[in-house]
Design a protein around this ligand. Structure first.
Ligand code: PMP
Length: 453
């Protein structure tokens, strides 16, 4: 039986049933090749995924090697050389006290595992009443129900409410452009956010809180928003004082994207649990991981001895081999230096192009993780009418010009703001940075000119 009307040409259930995306048939460096041969400059690595660009020969060879040797062995029976070597690469030097890696298939799985590990830690250490998680309203932690409940992204949550878990509560985002009051300096803003978090611990009862979860640089919800100076040190201090864990979601910001391997290195703190994914495997295989502090590892070992959680494809051998090679390339080719240098160029070019633009209110981000925020009126920071879906129009105009960028229209505290997120691969060349900004500039102007009046 054919359930598809003839106009629908695909048996793949796509995100939108109305439009079928073009087929990608190849890629090289920062470019994707469409059926028919058109080349599209991948300015966002999909959703900040393709950190080495496309078809990197070393990673392709590593995948082929591992696939030729062994694709899969279930983790309840075996470990593999690829999994052991990847974990050694990630936590062999115990960055920030992170001592083991739990390797899963993507970002949402990593966040779910981190939340469950936080919970299990307190069950193992005799504080089973710690079941609450505090998160921020401006955050996205994944699309599975637990991760979605942790996140504060109203647009992604709304269609599925009520979400399954009532363990989560939310505090204000650390979003200077929209939340810092005119009378506040950065220190006062940070102090107000810290006081709010402290008050939330008190409201819930500090000994009921298992963890606070946040993205060090917010990605999908608002576009590359770093926290004000001192914010994460204050958060770390509050968590420590109340005996709660700090979970950092570096699914998007991690593995070099912001110029240091982990974004928390720039904050002078380290987490107890860290979720990573996109830049871990660079899109060469589906993979994510939770990096787990020695303290949690020890507690589980002394307690039940097992993390009571698991998926069929844990530490998949081909995925581990791909991620290992991606990480080795980043380290051996000193790509963090490139991220910093190309990130500075990208910022400079964005400021040149949009610094005086009537409809660009903010240019922000770190490393090769940058965004612009669009506003109807710069002075009042008034967002465009959400019904216009300006971010989607910019995406379409950019795509028509051979540029793939990652736009969003997040709703935070009832305010909607359109933004465009850029996350080019670490191997991006200076001419490509310039091309990204040129094409984006044309796309923004065309999209705004095309708005209904
Ligand atoms: N956390 C963050 C910060 C993310 O940006 C994302 C994906 N955009 C996720 C979690 C979920 O990752 P995945 O889509 O791989 O499940």
């Amino acid at each position: 039986m054919n359930h598809l009307p003839p106009a629908r040409r695909s048996r793949v259930l796509h995100r939108s049933s109305r439009t079928l995306p073009p087929r990608a048939i190849g890629g090289h460096g920062a470019w994707l090749v469409e059926e028919g041969g058109r080349e599209v400059l991948d300015a966002s690595g999909g959703a900040a995924v393709s950190c080495l660009g496309h078809q990197h020969p070393r990673v392709v060879a590593a995948v082929q090697r591992q696939a030729g040797q062994l694709c899969y062995a279930h983790t309840s029976f075996f470990t593999t050389e690829a999994a052991e070597a990847l974990a050694e690469e990630l936590v062999g030097h115990e960055p920030g006290g992170l001592a083991q890696a739990y390797v899963v298939s993507g970002g949402s799985e990593a966040v779910e595992a981190a939340l469950k590990l936080a919970r299990q830690y307190f069950v193992e250490t005799g504080e089973p009443q710690r079941s609450r998680i505090i998160a921020r309203r401006q955050s996205y932690h994944g699309n599975t129900l637990g991760a979605l409940a942790a996140g504060g992204n109203a647009w992604r949550r709304a269609p599925y409410a009520p979400l399954l878990s009532d363990a989560f509560s939310h505090v204000s985002p650390a979003f200077a452009y929209r939340e810092q009051r005119p009378e506040e300096d950065e220190a006062a803003f940070t102090a107000r956010l810290a006081a709010e978090l402290e008050a939330e611990f008190q409201r819930l009862g500090p000994r009921t809180v298992a963890a606070f979860i946040a993205e060090p640089v917010v990605g999908a919800t608002a576009g590359c928003v770093p926290a004000p100076a001192g914010y994460f040190r204050a958060v770390r201090e509050i968590c420590d004082r109340h005996g709660a864990l700090l979970i950092l979601d570096e699914v998007m910001s991690g593995m070099g994207r912001t110029g240091t391997l982990h974004a928390w290195e720039q904050e002078g703190i380290a987490p107890d649990l860290q979720a990573i994914a996109k830049g871990l495997g660079g899109g060469y295989q589906p993979i994510g991981a939770v990096l787990v502090s020695g303290r949690i590892v020890d507690a589980v070992e002394r307690g039940s001895g097992a993390f009571q959680h698991g998926h069929t494809y844990l530490a998949h051998a081909v995925a581990c081999a791909a991620a290992l090679e991606v990480q080795r390339v980043i380290r051996e080719e000193r790509l963090l230096d490139t991220v910093v240098a190309m990130g500075e160029r990208l910022e400079r070019r964005l400021v040149e192009r949009f610094g005086n633009h009537h409809h660009v209110g903010d240019i922000r981000g770190r490393g090769l993780f940058r965004a612009i925020e669009l506003v109807a009126d710069r002075g009042g920071k008034t967002p465009f009418d959400p019904a216009h879906r300006l971010h989607a129009r910019i995406k379409a105009e950019a795509f028509a010009r051979g540029l793939a960028c990652y736009p969003g229209g997040g709703t935070i505290d009832g305010q909607r703001g359109d933004h465009v997120l850029l996350a080019p691969p670490y191997i991006v060349r200076p001419v490509e940075i310039d091309l990204i900004v040129d094409r984006l500039g044309e796309a923004v102007d065309a999209a705004i000119a095309g708005l209904p009046r």
